[in-house]
Design a protein around this ligand. Structure first.
Ligand code: URP
Ligand code: ZN
Ligand code: ZN
Length: 469
């Protein structure tokens, strides 16, 4: 028995074609242009009509934090609720993080995180390994994760001193390991030591409004850290380096400069940096401003950051859009410790709306439909070793989204599926929308109804490095 998606326009990163997609079991067996022989469905075949719609690969969100324990609270989406929300938005793969904390063991942290996710996910999932305490044993253990568990990427923090922070020596050692193994080093690039001084000074001066979260994390300190990470990656033997949640023109310029020197560097941005700003969102004050506190922070709309990020996506200075989905409910979590920017848990929820929010860049003429598919699915799959994801072609997993470019909706907490009592995009009108989502050949969302099963998502072992430039 086959499933055949007929009458749609198939869009891959390489181009588009009027074609039918033939699925057997979990895989695509052919993509048949309608100018060639028409696919004739048999009596046992399931036919899904995609007339007027795009047929695209399921989204790959390479940066999410489900039920992340910050030490004081836990991000509000479980793997179950977060992956259901992701599925509604056309994302069929997530990569979350196992987190080694200072003094903790890498392998234990991986096993614990794996156990948390295993029975809950409704879509396919993988894990990056966070190193919060780089030492000799941590590096030995992390190296072993490639073979043992199919973990092809690590994450390092240049921010958050005393918590997850690594110094330059630790980062260099970890990058040497990545150069040697081909593992991708994801880096949260902000100069955390300098930021902590600015935070201390702002708080001492009584400047504790939400906007000071952004003002104490200036773009120069993001750019400086990107520059330093790129230099260290080159010195380490040109380790594959991936800058997470890039938010500013300043940091983007450093990526471009490093690439021009042959650095093996890639970067992602997130919908919040493409759509939200310091003035309009953090500038709302308390309580709503708390909902926009995330790191890296939202930037000023007066400084052309958003225009530069869209342009960076268009011309491949930026490779990927991920969400950095890290939701906390407004009253119970964001404001639980009071109204001061430095005590609000960092993070924004958005896993459900990434495909739509990036599609608004197509509507506005910033990027093509093909590039939308590439930054949301194809590139993250390729960069993070997901060889069967991100492309609609023979042999790939049948993760297929039918996307109606003429649909319209308004984003809001009353209708979203994330376990979150507010939306950072409340009231935003969206052109285009997900109609049907297949994950490995199974329809899991149709016209807004979830049809999947909790625990059906498969853990994805990943390969290292298909991405050396
Ligand atoms: O504010 C954010 N991004 N919270 C999640 C953790 C991180 O730094 O990615
Ligand atoms: Zn981060
Ligand atoms: Zn993150």
């Amino acid at each position: 028995m086959r499933t055949i998606v007929v009458n749609g326009t198939v869009i891959n990163a390489e181009g588009r074609v009027a074609a039918d997609v033939v699925i057997e079991g979990e895989r695509i067996v052919s993509v048949v242009p309608r100018s060639a022989n028409a696919v004739v469905p048999g009596p046992d075949d399931t036919v899904i009509d995609a007339t007027g719609c795009f047929v695209i690969p399921g989204g790959v969100d390479a940066h999410v934090h489900m039920q992340l324990d910050t030490g004081t609270t836990v991000s509000s989406d479980s793997f179950e609720s977060g992956t259901i929300a992701a599925a509604h938005g056309g994302t069929t793969t997530i990569i979350d993080f196992a987190e080694q904390r200072l003094g903790g063991q890498v392998l234990t942290s991986f096993e614990q995180r794996f156990a948390e996710a295993e029975s809950q996910c409704v879509i396919d999932w993988g894990l990056h390994q966070v190193l919060g305490g780089v030492d000799a044993q941590a590096l030995i253990d992390t190296r072993s994760l490639v073979e043992r568990e199919g973990v092809a990427s690590i994450k390092l923090f240049m921010a958050y001193p005393g918590r997850l922070y690594s110094d330059d020596g630790q980062i260099l050692r970890a990058l040497q390991m990545c150069a040697d193994t081909g593992m991708m080093a994801m880096v949260h690039a902000e100069n955390g030591l300098a930021i902590d001084v600015l935070i201390e000074q702002a708080v001492a001066a009584g400047n504790t409004g939400p906007e000071f979260h952004s003002l104490t994390r200036p773009p120069e300190l993001e750019a400086e850290a990107v520059h330093r990470a790129a230099v260290l990656a080159r010195v380490a033997g040109n380790a594959p380096l991936y800058i997470v949640h890039l938010s500013s023109s300043h940091a983007l310029r450093e990526v471009v400069e490093a690439r021009s020197r042959g650095t093996n560097i890639f970067a992602e941005t997130c919908p919040q940096y493409l759509h939200l700003s310091l003035e309009e969102h953090l500038g709302q004050g308390w309580p709503n401003g708390a909902g926009f506190i995330c790191s890296t922070p939202l930037r000023s709309r007066h400084d052309h950051h958003q225009a530069d990020l869209w342009e960076g996506l268009r011309i491949d200075q930026l490779a990927v859009v991920s969400t950095d989905h890290c939701p906390f409910c407004l009253r119970e979590q964001k404001l639980a410790n009071g109204e001061a920017f430095n005590v609000v848990p960092n993070g924004i929820g958005g896993v459900e709306h990434r495909m739509d929010l990036v599609y608004q860049g197509v509507v506005a003429g910033h990027i093509s439909e093909e590039r939308w598919v590439e930054v949301c699915a194809t590139a993250p799959a390729r960069l993070f070793g997901l060889g069967a994801k991100g492309v609609l072609a023979q042999g790939f997993d049948a993760d297929v989204v039918i996307y109606d470019p003429n649909a319209t909706s308004v984003i809001g907490a009353a209708t979203h599926h994330m376990n979150l009592d507010y939306s950072a995009y409340e009231g935003v009108s969206v052109q285009g929308g997900v109609r049907t989502v297949l994950s490995r050949g199974e329809v899991i969302v149709n016209n807004g109804t979830f049809l999947g099963r909790v625990g059906r998502g498969k853990y994805l072992r990943r390969d290292v490095s298909r991405h050396i430039r």
